[in-house]
Write a protein that binds this ligand. Sequence first.
Ligand SMILES: Cc1ncc(COP(=O)(O)O)c(C=O)c1O
Ligand SMILES: N[C@@H](CCCC[NH3+])C(=O)O
Length: 426
Amino acid sequence: MPLSPLPAFLTQRHGELHVEDLSLDSLARAHGTPLFVYSQAAMLQALGAYQRGLAGRSHLICYAMKANSSLAILQTLVRAGCGLDIVSGGELERALAAGCAPERIIFSGVGKTRAEMRRALDVGIGCFNVESRAELAVLDEVARAVGRRARVSVRVNPDVDAQTHPYISTGLKDNKFGIAHDEVLDTYRQAASCSGLEVVGIDCHIGSQITQAAPYLDALERVLDLVAAIEGLGLGLRLHHIDFGGGLGIDYRGDTPPAADALWAQLLQRLDARGFGDRQILIEPGRSIVGNAGVCLTEVLYLKPGEHKNFLIVDAAMNDLPRPAMYQAYHRIEPLRARADTAPLTWDVVGPVCESGDWLGRDRELAVQAGDRLAVLSAGAYCMSMASNYNTRGRAAEVLVDGARATVIRQRETAADQMRLETPLP
Ligand SMILES: Cc1ncc(COP(=O)(O)O)c(C=O)c1O
Ligand SMILES: N[C@@H](CCCC[NH3+])C(=O)O
């Protein structure tokens, strides 16, 4: 697949890669590597495409914070009008710390605990996206015990093939997510009979890194069929909102997902044609907001040319950026400074972690020397939020760029930080 032009926030100036108005090499020198650098303008621009697409409609864009849950990024998006989609008690606390109004928080996930439910009810979140009948019963019990009614939406599994990596497809019968199509009406009957619950919506999320409009259109038709059936049950149910989940893909390697505004123009047309244009629309985008707004900077430690393979050993690794190891994902890799004095060679870009799966890119043509720095592109989503301390490596630092201003939004983690919660034996 041919590579696309660089994302708009990355430009080549005088042979150096810049993010907005700042040289990435200068940022790497100032803050060390590995370093995540995010462009505020890029994420606001991505959000803007959804806001344009849904303008004039009652809607709530709940950024799926699992994609990147940095407090500063959450604040940026919340201040720009986002609600948040959370999947754990930890994310709930972060969402509140970032200043998100509780009623603009929705809670997804198949394994919510009673304690998480209680806390979410105490602060008054907007909606629970319930994923099983057993969860519905527990939520009812917890809500009654604390004297509240939980607003619920049932996450349906529409059995639509999102045509994405099997690990990130969620809307097929074989996936653990959502309530099977055939059980949806009974689930709404159950919900309607629970005094601790208030039915407010329906929800569906079919997967991630979806690069075509067709799966969304299929899912929409199925969900609307269900809305009609639910409201026809004679239980007096009227669904206030319809949540279409997230999942829109980004360009990693010449991928061409539809633009959010264009996709929504199509979806809204169908929604209106089916007579449901008056419902509030919720969406839960993650990757498409932050994915291409971030890069991970890394320094070349050693060149290790070999008979069969040339290895470029860099200081970022699978613990910082797990997507290649987990999904064989492709992330474009670019030198921060162009080099005229070195012939390009084909390299496997690998990290220092003791696993053969610790690679960031394979067979990459690069002209580099030890000490050079590289940018791993499309690293704004599911990189830092999936980072670990494997090999007792500290998590990377993070910088948010706004024009010519760079703000350190997370310090580099030290070994002492990692040991803070442990109790050594006497
Ligand atoms: C329930 C739910 N909502 C939203 C998202 C966000 O997806 P994406 O980052 O692909 O937009 C996910 C992740 O796939 C999810 O599981
Ligand atoms: N972690 C996945 C996306 C998971 C989406 C959450 N359901 C990725 O990096 O592509």
